[in-house]
Design a binder for this molecule. Structure first.
Ligand SMILES: NC(=O)C1=CN([C@@H]2O[C@H](COP(=O)(O)OP(=O)(O)OC[C@H]3O[C@@H](n4cnc5c(N)ncnc54)[C@H](OP(=O)(O)O)[C@@H]3O)[C@@H](O)[C@H]2O)C=CC1
Ligand SMILES: O=C(O)CCC(=O)C(=O)O
Length: 423
């Protein structure tokens, strides 16, 4: 459902660098400082040979990129996907650095993962691979060093295996990962947190395009953790989710999809394209993108909206659940058409904010109830939106939230690094 031409436009890191440069120009950052801020602190690359059930050894490749730790321990998700590479993790780790700074949680940025396709692995193979990966990156992890979390194709179970494997050498350490199962000191609210944060921001942003959130129509690309929770929470708000896509295809329903039923269908192993219900029709990838809606939520992979398809979009607002879903060319094209974009570094920051809450709870071996978690999340997300929007408003003619958000994030990282005497 994503068109591969996206990657050809710019590499993942070039894409992040593009937005970094725009913000760095505004901040008048000197070249030497730019170089420091664009260079990852540490990049770990490991080979992970695993004997699979067919008796053969498959060598997977694992990565952990720690981008910048000026503001606190490195923090960011673990992605399992056949197409990941070092360039992509460099980009995603840098985004984490700006994201944590924008929402003001005391972390740096990291990202990592393995080049595997979990859909081709049996559960015990996935566990074996996860444990072997954890052993190989163990030395750079730690609750005050680097704290992973779930990302694409990883979940609470994968975090539980990572925590258990890490604990073999270090003793019981729940604060080593976030996004764990509730039974293992995971935080209430973390599973839905990325989407909940996105919905908080959508509500803040809606007036900018005269949109009433409760009356909005929405199309969602990706129906995993972020997409399916966004669908369910937006439906609960009263919005109508009229189209959804995953890798298998897309469905559309003018009167609105039953987002809970669709989530249950996916949770039980179904694909979006196979979802059958009254008033629901299968559509092509292009028809999906061209769905008439108020809000488009990319919640799949990077580069999904690019120069080759941005023109198809018929929405008033894009709220980026995915990381780096919009290429610079597409971003410009959409903004020229008057589409209001709430960028990834703020729109999907709810996940890491509640990861921060989980970490804080783990350090104290204490638990907050879900209402407390959600309320605190709302306070942080709304504050971040207002701070970024206020900065964007100072640039009449180019009120891009993305560049303003990058500016804010970079500024905070520079301040912390300077105060620590890092440069
Ligand atoms: N989980 C989190 O807390 C956070 C996630 N994010 C970002 O949100 C995005 C989604 O992550 P998450 O929900 O956790 O991941 P999941 O693995 O839970 O879900 C990914 C979804 O994307 C779909 N997808 C994958 N490839 C394509 C494709 N080519 N076309 C259309 N859909 C596709 C998958 O479909 P299928 O199942 O058919 O493959 C699946 O529905 C990522 O960009 C991630 O970095 C950002 C912040 C936090
Ligand atoms: O929760 C976290 O620590 C990180 C989530 C993540 O990977 C992201 O925000 O992209």
């Amino acid at each position: 459902m994503l068109q591969p031409t996206a990657k050809a436009e710019l590499s993942s890191f070039e894409l992040v660098r593009h937005y970094f440069d725009l913000a760095a120009d505004r901040l008048a950052l000197p070249d030497d400082l730019r170089e420091v801020l664009l260079t990852a602190y540490r990049e770990v690359q490991v080979a992970i040979p695993v004997r699979l059930s067919d008796g053969r050894i498959t060598t997977f490749h694992g990565y952990r990129v720690q981008h910048n730790g000026a503001r606190g321990p490195f923090k960011g998700g673990i992605r399992f996907h056949p197409q990941v590479d070092l360039d992509e993790f460099r980009a995603l780790a840098a985004l984490m650095t700006w994201k944590t700074a924008i929402v003001g949680v005391p972390f740096g940025g990291a990202k990592g993962g393995v080049d595997c396709d979990p859909s081709l692995l049996q559960p015990h193979e996935l566990e074996k691979l996860t444990r072997a990966f954890t052993q190989r990156i163990d030395k750079v992890l730690g609750p005050t060093r680097d704290i992973p979390a779930p990302d694409v194709n990883t979940n609470a179970q994968v975090m539980a295996w990572m925590m258990d494997e890490y604990g073999k050498g270090h003793g019981y350490t729940p604060g080593i990962v976030t996004g764990k199962p509730i039974a293992l000191e995971g935080s209430f609210g973390r599973e839905a947190a990325t989407a909940r944060g996105l919905v908080y921001l959508f509500r803040e942003a809606a007036p900018a395009v005269n949109l009433v959130p409760q009356e909005a129509t929405v199309a969602i690309q990706g129906y995993g953790n972020v997409g399916s929770w966004a669908g369910r929470l937006l439906s609960r708000l009263g919005a109508r989710v009229v189209a959804v896509a995953d890798e298998s295809g897309a469905v559309r329903a003018e009167r609105g999809l039953d987002t809970d039923a669709l989530a249950a269908h996916v949770r039980d192993g179904g694909r979006v394209a196979d979802y059958v219900a009254d008033g629901v029709e299968p559509v092509s990838g292009e028809e999906f993108l061209a769905t008439d809606c108020d809000v488009f939520v990319p919640a799949a992979l990077g580069g999904a909206i690019h120069a080759g398809n941005a023109d198809l979009l018929r929405c008033r607002m894009v709220v980026e659940g995915a990381n780096a879903p919009t290429t610079p060319q597409a971003d410009e094209l959409l903004r020229e058409k008057g589409v209001f974009i709430v960028p990834d570094v703020m729109a999907n920051a709810g996940g890491v904010v509640v990861s921060y809450f989980e970490w804080v709870q783990n350090l104290q071996h204490f638990r907050w109830d879900e209402r407390e978690v959600n309320d605190k999340l709302g306070t942080i997300m709304r504050r971040a939106y207002r701070e970024v929007a206020a900065r964007a408003a100072k640039r009449p003619g180019d009120g891009s939230l993305r560049v303003a958000a990058f500016e804010l994030g970079i500024e905070r990282v520079v301040e912390a690094a300077r105060l620590r005497g890092n440069f």
